[in-house]
Design a protein around this ligand. Structure first.
Ligand SMILES: Cc1cc2nc3c(=O)[nH]c(=O)nc-3n(C[C@H](O)[C@H](O)[C@H](O)COP(=O)(O)O)c2cc1C
Length: 396
C-alpha cells in the first residue's frame, strides 16, 4: 500500500483539489483538525493581504463516511474565495472576446513582465505562453495549501500509531534561535511555538525576527530563513538501503525541496558534519532497557536510508520571497524591453507558514513509508502488522 496524491488548481482559479490514494479503511479523518492545520499555514508574522481573504476550509468530497475513511480515494477541495473576482480572467470555458468588457478584464490581469526568482521565464518558454499568468497561477505557493490538507490526512493515519510531527522556525534573515528542542517538554514546546507569531520558541530571537521583518518591509524587500521539522516516535526500519529511490532521507529531501522557495534540506546536524571529526559527529549506540538507543542524534534519525528509531530531524532553508516592492529589473517577454518587475500582493516573509507545509509533506512521506512497511487495507490489519513488528523488534 502506498500513500500517493496529486494536486490540481490555480491560485485564482475556482478551487484547489487533491486526490489521495492509499488511505486504509477505518482511519478517523478529522475535518476540524485539517482546518486547524490550514489555519496554521495562513498565520505567521510577515504574511501579505491574501491571508485575510483566504480563510481556508477543506471540503472532503469522497472516501470518508461518518468521519471514517472507507479505503476509497479521498478527494479534498479548497475553494478559492477570491475566485468571485476572477471569473472572467480565470474562466475555464471560452469567453466572448468580441465583448470589450471581457477583453478589458483579461488584459487587466495579463502579465508580460517576467519576475526574477519565479517560474515565469522558464515556464513561459517551456509551455509556450505569452501571458505569464498561465505560469504564475499554478507555480504560486497557493498550491501548498492543499498539500497541507493532504499532510493533515497523513497525520491522521500517523496519529493512530502515536507518530507526531512538529516544527519551529530557527532563523529569519540573520536573527537566529539556538534553541535545542530536546531540552523541552514536547507538549509545552509545541503549544508555545504554535502561539508565537513566528512559530519560534525562543522569545528573544522572535523579537529580533520581528524587527528584521519590519525592517525588510520598510525597505520594500523580503526575508527568508530556516526551519526545523521533528518527527517523533517513528519506528526503526522505515525506508531501505537496498535501492536509491527507497532511501527515506532521499524521499524526505525531495518532498521538502519541492516546497516553493526551499533551497536546501538537511537531515540532522549537517552543518556539524561539515566541520567535525568522525568521532565527534557519529552517534554512539547503546542497549538500554531492552532497546537500542543512540547517545546523540547528529544523524537526525536516519542511517543508511532507514529510520533508526530516533527523532527524524529535517532542516530546510527558505529563500527570501521573490516578489518585492523594491522590484528588480527584468524584461518584458512581449517587447523584450527592460522593466522594473511586476509587483502583485505578496508576503514579506512566509517562513512560519513554510514550516507548516514542511510538516505536511514530511507527514505524507512517513505515511507512505509506514503503509509500505505495515500495509493492509484496513487500520485493524495494519495495527496487527505493526504490533507484530514491535514485538519482533523487542525480542531481538
Ligand atoms: C508558504 C509560502 C508562501 C509564499 N508566498 C509568496 C508570496 O507571497 N510571494 C512570492 O513572490 N513568493 C512566495 N512564495 C515563494 C514562491 O512561491 C517561490 O519562490 C516561487 O514559486 C519560485 O519557486 P522556487 O523559489 O522554488 O524556485 C511563497 C512560498 C511559500 C512556501
Amino acid at each position: 500500500m502506498r500513500y500517493r496524491y496529486l494536486t490540481a488548481g490555480e491560485s485564482h482559479g475556482k478551487c484547489l483539489t487533491a486526490i489521495i490514494e492509499g488511505v486504509p479503511s477505518g482511519v478517523g479523518i478529522d475535518e476540524i483538525f485539517i482546518n486547524e492545520e490550514l489555519k496554521r499555514r495562513q498565520h505567521g508574522y510577515g504574511r501579505g493581504g491574501r491571508m485575510s481573504i483566504e480563510s481556508d476550509r477543506v471540503e472532503i468530497k469522497s472516501g470518508v463516511r461518518f468521519g471514517i475513511s472507507t479505503g476509497a480515494p479521498i478527494c479534498l477541495e479548497l475553494v478559492n474565495k477570491d475566485f468571485q473576482n476572477w471569473t472572467v480572467p480565470m474562466s475555464v470555458s471560452e469567453i466572448d472576446l468580441n465583448n470589450p468588457e471581457n477583453i478589458n478584464k483579461v488584459k487587466e490581469k495579463e502579465i508580460t513582465k517576467i519576475r526574477p526568482g519565479h517560474a515565469d521565464l522558464a515556464g513561459a518558454v517551456k509551455y509556450n505562453h505569452k501571458d505569464i499568468r498561465n505560469i504564475l497561477e499554478r507555480s504560486s505557493a497557493r498550491e501548498t495549501a492543499i498539500r497541507v490538507a493532504v499532510g493533515a490526512v497523513a497525520k491522521c493515519i500517523l496519529k493512530e500509531f502515536d507518530i507526531r510531527i512538529f516544527s519551529h522556525v530557527v532563523q529569519i534573515g540573520s536573527a537566529k534561535s539556538d534553541i535545542d528542542y530536546t531540552n523541552y517538554d514536547e507538549k509545552e514546546f509545541i503549544q508555545k511555538t504554535q502561539l508565537s507569531p513566528l512559530y519560534c520558541y525562543d522569545e528573544i530571537a522572535q523579537q529580533n525576527m520581528i524587527q528584521a521583518i519590519d525592517k525588510a518591509s520598510e525597505n520594500g524587500t523580503t526575508l527568508g530563513g530556516k526551519i526545523e521539522i521533528i518527527c517523533r516516535n517513528v519506528p526503526i526500519g522505515l525506508g531501505s538501503f537496498v535501492q536509491w529511490d527507497r532511501k527515506i532521507d532521499g524521499l524526505l529531501a525531495q518532498a521538502v525541496m519541492s516546497i516553493n522557495a526551499i533551497k536546501s534540506v538537511e537531515i540532522g546536524e549537517a552543518q556539524k558534519a561539515v566541520c567535525s571529526f568522525g568521532n565527534e559527529y557519529h552517534d554512539e549506540i547503546a542497549y538500554e532497557n531492552g532497546q537500542f538507543v543512540h547517545r546523540t542524534n547528529n544523524a537526525g534519525g536516519i542511517e543508511g536510508g532507514m529510520t533508526n528509531g530516533e527523532d527524524i530531524v529535517v532542516k530546510a532553508v527558505m529563500k527570501p520571497i521573490p516578489t518585492m516592492k523594491a522590484s528588480l529589473n527584468s524584461v518584458d517577454i512581449a517587447t523584450k524591453e527592460s522593466y522594473s518587475a511586476h509587483f502583485e500582493r505578496s508576503d514579506v516573509c512566509a517562513v512560519p507558514a513554510c514550516s507548516v507545509v514542511a510538516e505536511a509533506v514530511c507527514a505524507s512521506v512517513l505515511a507512505d513509508q509506514f503503509l509500505t512497511k505495515f500495509g493492509g487495507d484496513s487500520l485493524s490489519e495494519i495495527r496487527k502488522n505493526y504490533e507484530n513488528y514491535l514485538e519482533y523488534v523487542k525480542a531481538i
